[in-house]
Design a protein around this ligand. Structure first.
Ligand SMILES: NC(=O)c1ccc[n+]([C@@H]2O[C@H](COP(=O)([O-])OP(=O)(O)OC[C@H]3O[C@@H](n4cnc5c(N)ncnc54)[C@H](OP(=O)(O)O)[C@@H]3O)[C@@H](O)[C@H]2O)c1
Length: 268
């Protein structure tokens, strides 16, 4: 169970958080509770989320893996502008290193920018080749992909080693079922973004009634289902609140009985 840092920036993932000290507290609490995987990007804020991560956690605990993603920059109007040229990618890697106070980035995901939240076809060869060159220079340990199709994953695997894929997936949005199973066979991590439904968390009467029976919350059930779904799934639920963080981490211990899983399968 990891933690996704996107919710730490201000509204629209732009500007500073409402409560800076609370953001620092959430991050410290996550790591103290055993989280060893934090997902971020230098385009959250922009720069601000990474700066809060380094303020809260640097020097980093051994074994903490910080995963970042590149492919966009932010307009002054909060827009997300594709940034996939060699210069922009190189700049983004250096911005992440600077703001996270790192000499090497653990994992960099190349994010497909063809659609905001859904993977769309298009070659990823040019930007991934730039990232692979930066990896050879020693600035990146591992490469991953985000918001990508099966064809793009296969293209990526022909170009370099891909250690993880981060796509939009949760208990009510199961378009990536086949991709998850294929990646599991290859031992590649699948990291669903929007595991709780994203900016508008999942609302479902079935989910709520299963949660009630299990004396858990709907969000805990949604996360426990993902953990049960496949052994290669790693979770990065996002929250700006310590109470939600604690609740989400507890989902790792929630056991779903077969009848609950059967009910949850019908949500798709
Ligand atoms: N690769 C990509 O393109 C991409 C896209 C989006 C996100 N991501 C990554 O994926 C991570 C997770 O996605 P996400 O944060 O957008 O969505 P999410 O984890 O599905 O849900 C976050 C939303 O759920 C709320 N929430 C969290 N825990 C809750 C709980 N226990 N009870 C009720 N509400 C709860 C949060 O509000 P509160 O702050 O009030 O808790 C926030 O509104 C991000 O942090 C980011 O690192 C990647």
């Amino acid at each position: 169970m990891g933690y996704g840092a996107m919710q730490l920036a201000g509204p629209g993932v732009f500007g500073p958080p409402k409560d800076h000290q609370q953001a620092v507290k959430v991050l410290r609490n996550a790591v103290e509770s055993g989280v060893n995987h934090i997902d971020t990007s230098d385009f959250y804020g922009p720069h601000i989320t990474n700066q809060i991560i380094s303020e809260a956690l640097h020097p980093y605990r051994d074994g903490l893996v910080i995963v970042t993603k590149i492919a966009a920059r932010r307009g002054a109007d909060k827009s997300w502008i594709p940034a996939l040229s060699k210069e922009e990618i190189t700049q983004a890697v250096h911005d992440n290193l600077k703001n996270l106070k790192l000499d090497v980035l653990d994992v960099v995901n190349l994010r497909g920018m063809f659609h905001p939240h859904h993977a769309h076809e298009g070659s990823i060869e040019a930007p991934l080749t730039v990232l692979a060159e930066l990896q050879h220079k020693g600035l990146i340990r591992h490469l991953g992909l985000s918001n990508v199709t099966r064809t793009q994953i296969e293209e990526g695997q022909r170009l370099c080693e891909i250690v993880c894929v981060q796509n939009n997936y949760n208990v009510i949005n199961r378009g990536d079922d086949a991709i998850i199973d294929l990646l599991a066979k290859d031992g590649i991590a699948y990291v669903p973004f929007f595991p709780l439904g994203g900016f508008t968390p999942i609302q479902s009467s079935t989910l709520s009634s299963i949660a009630q029976i299990l004396e858990a919350t709907p969000m805990q059930v949604a996360l426990a289902w993902l953990l049960k779904r496949s052994p290669n799934i790693l979770l990065i639920p996002g929250t700006s609140s310590v109470a939600h963080l604690t609740e989400n981490l507890q989902a790792a211990d929630l056991v779903l009985p077969p009848e609950a899983i059967e009910g949850l399968e019908k949500l798709n």
